[in-house]
Ligand binder design. Structure first.
Ligand SMILES: CC(C)(COP(=O)(O)OP(=O)(O)OC[C@H]1O[C@@H](n2cnc3c(N)ncnc32)[C@H](O)[C@@H]1OP(=O)(O)O)[C@@H](O)C(=O)NCCC(=O)NCCS
Length: 173
């Protein structure tokens, strides 16, 4: 089927704000059902932020979280390393620079807290994301294989096997 003809086109300018997650943001982080199975994961990450063990950095336009980077401050605290995870941009807005702005903000916030090293995992099949991190100065430092376990809102325990590149960045470099 051919695509219907274009009837209009415009380039929009919208303001984006980056800030920490507030409790009122939690339902919107499910992205209209896309991440509803992760409801408890989202809540746990928020509680970690409340305890000082994590940060949930959000990029919002018109109050809606169009991008996120979460930071685990506890997992490798002894090594002076922060672990970034849940790096994602709302699908229709990927490729517009939101991820780059969020990663830059995350690195700045970590440096301000005296944290000079960060790492993250990227699925080995996700070449686009690996390219994205490399352009931001991250380098590969081996592989990571683990299982991400979580309980969905129906009480089912789900498991996602992860086969990842471990990416690291010296935040002073
Ligand atoms: C990877 C991702 C976080 C980047 O955020 P973004 O807002 O799209 O990034 P920017 O616009 O600042 O940078 C664009 C770059 O991101 C990468 N990218 C864009 N769309 C992507 C997608 N759907 N999946 C993976 N990488 C993508 C590409 O390297 C792109 O550069 P290119 O145009 O030269 O190919 C985002 O695309 C995303 O959420 N992808 C799906 C989830 C994901 O893979 N998260 C990373 C988990 S480790």
């Amino acid at each position: 089927m051919p695509e219907p003809p274009t009837l209009g086109r415009a380039t929009l300018t919208v303001e984006m704000v980056i800030r920490l997650c507030a409790e009122a943001d939690l339902p919107a982080l499910e992205w209209m059902g896309l991440f509803s199975p992760h409801r408890a994961v989202i809540r746990d990450a928020f509680e970690a932020q409340q305890r000082g063990d994590g940060l949930m950095l959000l990029a919002l336009t018109a109050g809606f979280p169009v991008g996120q980077v979460w930071i685990d401050l506890a997992r490798k605290r002894g090594e002076g390393t922060a672990v970034l995870w849940a790096v994602r941009t709302f699908p229709p807005l990927q490729g517009a620079g939101i991820g780059r702005h969020l990663m830059t903000a995350a690195e700045r916030i970590l440096r301000e807290r005296g944290i000079h090293r960060a790492e993250l995992g990227v699925e080995r099949a996700n070449e686009g994301a690996r390219r994205f991190y490399e352009r931001l100065g991250w380098r590969e430092a081996g592989t990571l294989r683990e299982t991400f376990r979580f309980t969905d809102p129906e009480g089912r325990i789900l498991e996602e096997p992860l086969d990842q590149w471990r990416m690291v960045k010296d935040l002073d470099g």
